[in-house]
Design a protein around this ligand. Structure first.
Ligand code: UD1
Length: 417
C-alpha cells in the first residue's frame, strides 16, 4: 500500500502552480459526451477521478486521449447506455453522466455512485428533477434504468442548491425540447465553468453563477477547445500547507477572488495574503491565532471542501476555534488522525472545537477521504518528527503530483511504494 512519508518542521518557500479544477473537469468531461464532434480540454488535471471519467467515456463507446493535461474526446458514433457498477463506484461524479447519456441516447442504465464516504450523499434531487423532464426511472436491485422518448424542458425548484443535481439538470436540459428553468441552483464557480464550456459548444444558457439558470434546449452541440478553470480548493490547500509548516510561498495560476471566503480566515490566523492578478503571495504567521466560528456553506460561503485542511492549520493556533459542518454529516473523519498528532479536538455532531496546542508530533495515520487526507498532510508538514499517511489513493483523486509540488516548495515528503 502506498504511503506518504513526511518529516515535518521544514518551512515552505518558492512557487507552486495550481492545476485545473477536478470539480469542473468532471462535469465538463461528461458534457463532452453530448457533442457531435471532437472536444479538446486544456488544463485537465491528471487525477484518478479524471481517469475514471475517461473510462466511463471509453466504455460508452467513445475514444479519448490524455497527454500533458490535454484531454481529447471524440464523442461520435453509437453510444452505449449502460454504465457498469464497477465504473459507477469509482467516484461520486459518475452520476453526472446520467444527464449526459440521457441527452445523447434517451436511455441510461446505472447503479448508485461511489465516492468519498463523507455522508449519505443521496441522489434524490437528481432523480426527481429528471422525472420532471419526462424521464421514467425503474429501480430494481440497486440498478436504475432511466428512459425517455425526448427530454422535455421543465421548471425545477431545488430544495437545496446541490452542485451535482444542478449539473445533471443542465446536462439533460441543453439538448431537451423547450426551456428549463432551475430555481435555487448551485452558484459554485465550477457550475459557471461548465456553462461556459457548453456555451462554446453552442448551448443557450443564462444565469450561471446566480440562483436561477435558464436553458433553452437546442438540437445539437458541437465540439470545441476549452481551458478548464484552476482548482480553488487546491489553491486553498497550498495556503493551509504553508500556514502549518511556516514560510512564504507564491501560488500561481489561480483565481484569487474564488477563495475570498477562505483568505480572511488565514488573515485572522495572522497570515499575510496578497494577490496580484493570478498569483497569491502567502506568508505564514509566526504565531497562529484562533479564528471566529467557521460555518461551511454553499458558495460564496466557506466551502466544506476546505474544512479539513484549515482545521489542520488551527490545531496549533493559540486559543479556541469552532467549526460547524453544515453540508455533509460525516466530514470530521480526519479528526482522529489530527488527534494522533497531538491535536486537542472535540467533536459533537456537526460541531468541532479545536483548542490550539503548542506542538504537533509526527504519527501514523490513514487518509479518511480526499480533503481529510490533504488535512493530514498539511498537519504533518508542521509536526515535529516523522509522519506516515496511508490510504493515499484518496488524495490522488484530487491532487496532481501533490508530494512532488510540496517537495519543490522545500517540504521533506516522499511517496513510499
Ligand atoms: C460537490 C463537490 C464536492 C463538494 C460539494 C459541496 C464535485 C465533484 N463534488 O459534491 O467536492 O464538497 O459539491 O460543495 O463537484 N444532496 C441530497 N440529495 C441530492 C443531492 C445532494 O440530499 O440529490 C445533499 C448531499 O447529501 C449533501 C448536500 O446535498 O448533504 C450537498 O451536496 P451536493 O451539492 O450535491 O454535492 P456534490 O455534488 O455531491
Amino acid at each position: 500500500m502506498q504511503k506518504l512519508i513526511i518529516n515535518g518542521g521544514r518551512k515552505l518557500s518558492g512557487e507552486v502552480a495550481v492545476h485545473g479544477s477536478k470539480n469542473a473537469s468532471l462535469p465538463i468531461l461528461a458534457a463532452a459526451v453530448l457533442c457531435n464532434s471532437e472536444v479538446t480540454l486544456l488544463n485537465c488535471p491528471k487525477l484518478s477521478d479524471t481517469y475514471a471519467a475517461m473510462r466511463i467515456i471509453n466504455h460508452i463507446g467513445y475514444k479519448t486521449g490524455f497527454e500533458k493535461n490535454v484531454a481529447v474526446i471524440n464523442p461520435t458514433g453509437e453510444c452505449e447506455y449502460e454504465v457498469p457498477d464497477d465504473l459507477m463506484r469509482e467516484m461520486r461524479s459518475s452520476i453526472i453522466f446520467l444527464g449526459a447519456i440521457l441527452g445523447k441516447c434517451g436511455r441510461c442504465k446505472i447503479t448508485f455512485p461511489g465516492g468519498c464516504d463523507i455522508g449519505a450523499r443521496p441522489i434524490d434531487m437528481h432523480l426527481s428533477s429528471l422525472r420532471k423532464m419526462g424521464v421514467t426511472i425503474n429501480e430494481e436491485y440497486g440498478q436504475l434504468d432511466c428512459c425517455c422518448e425526448k427530454l422535455k424542458g421543465a421548471k425545477i425548484s431545488l430544495s437545496f442548491p446541490s452542485v451535482g443535481a444542478t449539473e445533471n439538470i443542465i446536462l439533460a436540459a441543453v439538448t431537451a425540447q423547450g426551456r428549463t428553468i432551475i430555481q435555487n441552483a448551485a452558484r459554485e464557480p465550477e457550475i459557471v465553468d461548465l456553462v461556459c464550456f457548453l456555451r462554446e459548444c453552442g448551448a443557450e444558457i443564462e444565469g450561471e453563477g446566480t440562483g436561477t439558470i435558464t436553458i433553452e434546449g437546442i438540437d445539437e452541440l458541437y465540439g470545441c477547445e476549452y481551458r478548464i478553470m484552476p482548482d480553488r480548493i487546491v489553491c486553498a490547500t497550498y495556503m493551509a500547507c504553508a500556514a502549518c509548516a511556516g514560510g512564504d510561498i507564491a501560488i500561481k495560476c489561480c483565481r484569487p477572488h474564488e477563495v475570498d471566503s477562505i483568505t480572511p480566515v488565514f488573515e485572522q490566523m495572522g497570515c499575510f495574503v496578497h494577490s496580484v492578478n493570478d498569483t497569491i503571495y502567502f506568508s505564514a504567521g509566526k504565531n497562529l491565532r484562533s479564528v471566529d466560528t467557521i460555518r461551511t456553506m454553499v458558495y460564496p460561503g466557506f466551502p466544506t471542501d476546505a474544512q479539513a485542511f484549515i482545521m489542520a492549520a488551527l490545531c496549533k493556533a493559540k486559543g479556541t476555534s469552532v467549526f460547524v459542518e453544515n453540508i455533509f454529516e460525516n466530514r470530521f473523519q480526519h479528526v482522529n488522525g489530527l488527534q494522533r498528532m497531538g491535536a486537542d479536538i472535540r467533536v459533537e455532531g456537526k460541531v468541532a472545537v479545536i483548542e490550539g496546542v503548542n506542538k504537533l508530533y509526527g504519527a501514523k495515520s490513514a487518509a479518511p477521504d480526499l480533503r481529510g487526507g490533504a488535512g493530514l498532510v498539511a498537519a504533518a508538514l508542521g509536526a515535529e518528527g516523522k509522519s506516515e499517511i496511508s490510504r493515499i489513493h484518496y488524495i490522488d483523486r484530487g491532487y496532481e503530483n501533490f508530494e512532488i509540488s510540496l517537495a519543490l516548495l522545500g517540504a521533506d515528503i516522499h511517496r513510499s511504494i
